[in-house]
Write a protein that binds this ligand. Structure first.
Ligand code: ATP
Ligand code: MG
Ligand code: FE
Length: 353
């Protein structure tokens, strides 16, 4: 199957063509991404209205570039897949309606994709991973452990009860005067920092279970920054290192517990831990997960950075996965600002809100 994927749920306008046979990993024929970082930088975050306008202006060209890079024509593709949520509603509408129009004009089926399912299945595109596996989804809007049992079969084992990790990185960057997007900026500053100078909490580690919390951690950074003001570059680096270390420690311990639950449900398989989403690009967090994998003898799969952050290849790939299961017709599915993964794919025509 060859599928054109379209992603517009946040501040990346992206289109890609991916191909997959009946099983095994996929092939990325093209992967075009235009980040809107420069449009949003002066506001210190994504401005939904600006994002939607930018998507409208450039999406046609991005799709054309993806088709050209892949050297395919409309007759060569089997479906058009687009993010239908969750995300900023203006952008989602632009991408989904564009995909619907292309699908109708080319007489191809439309696949309405849950953006999180794209992150969740990326490891199957890159590594041909078999089900089941334990997924740590860490992105700008989500932080959760999911048992991925099959396409459309996701069970949430634990989640953040407040901020997502990416969000905590972005807010921490902002309060320390670092540029948007915050994740890479905090990671870069942390590189030369001393993680022990500022003691920060490890929220919820003293409580049982796999739920997490990061809002308090961000507030602790704010308090420490206030007490250390005026902040030297050194202090900013040390705060970033301490923050990053605290997040990594929480992920390490909660990951261990999630693995225990996963193994209880799947005692006969060697467990695999997959990390996905934009925060999976963070080296300190990756390193902690690698440590956990070594300690527990679990295989860790972490897709390359460019496929961890938002992209359309992962959306096209969900299209491939859905086509593998049989004919698809999502032409009636509407855009959804909220769309939890564990309550989703199979009931794609439900109300969704
Ligand atoms: P969602 O997928 O939940 O809808 P999103 O699509 O906005 O949210 P992604 O694009 O998957 O999220 O990830 C973006 C997030 O990843 C941002 O919060 C960004 O700061 C964070 N991020 C990116 N690179 C790094 C890094 N090196 N270290 C930490 N965080 C990072
Ligand atoms: Mg983004
Ligand atoms: Fe994302």
């Amino acid at each position: 199957f060859t599928v054109l994927g379209i992603e517009t749920s946040c501040d990346e306008t992206a289109a890609a063509v991916v191909r997959g046979t009946a099983s095994g990993p996929g092939e990325i024929l093209s992967n075009v991404i235009r980040s809107q970082v420069s449009e949003h930088a002066e506001f210190g975050g994504v401005v939904p209205e600006i994002a939607a306008r930018a998507h409208i202006e450039i999406l046609d060209g991005i799709v054309a570039a993806a088709m050209k890079d892949a050297e395919v024509g409309w007759n060569d593709i089997d479906a058009v897949a687009a993010t239908a949520g969750p995300g900023l509603i203006g952008g989602v509408i632009v991408g989904l309606l564009t995909a619907r129009a292309i699908a109708a004009a080319a007489s191809k089926p439309l696949v309405a994709v849950n953006h999180l399912e794209g992150h969740a299945l990326t490891a199957r595109l890159t590594d041909g991973l078999d089900f089941p596996y334990l997924l740590l989804l860490v992105s700008g809007g989500h932080t959760q452990f999911l048992m991925v049992n099959g396409v459309g079969d996701y069970r949430r084992l634990g989640t953040t009860i407040d901020d997502a990790i990416g969000e905590a990185f972005d807010k921490t960057a902002k309060l320390l005067g670092l540029p948007y997007p915050g994740g890479p900026a905090v990671e870069a500053a942390a590189m030369s920092g001393n993680p022990s100078r500022f003691p920060l909490p490890r929220p919820l580690l003293d409580r049982p279970g796999t739920d997490m919390s990061f809002a308090g951690l961000k507030t602790a950074v704010r308090t420490a920054a206030y007490n250390a003001a005026p902040l030297s570059d050194r202090a900013v680096s040390d705060l970033c290192a301490a923050f990053q270390q605290a997040v990594a420690d929480v992920v390490h311990e909660k990951g261990r517990r999630a693995l225990d639950i996963f193994c209880e449900h799947h005692p006969d398989q060697p467990p695999v831990l997959v990390v996905a989403g934009g925060v999976a690009a963070n080296s300190a967090i990756r390193e902690k997960l690698a440590e956990l994998a070594r300690e527990t003898g679990v295989r860790l799969v972490a897709p390359p950075h460019a496929l961890c952050t938002d992209n359309a290849a992962m959306i096209g790939w969900v299209g491939v996965e859905r086509l593998r299961l049989g004919p698809v017709d999502d032409s009636r599915v509407g855009p959804r600002p909220r769309w939890p993964l564990d309550a989703s794919a199979q009931s794609v025509l439900g109300s969704g809100r």
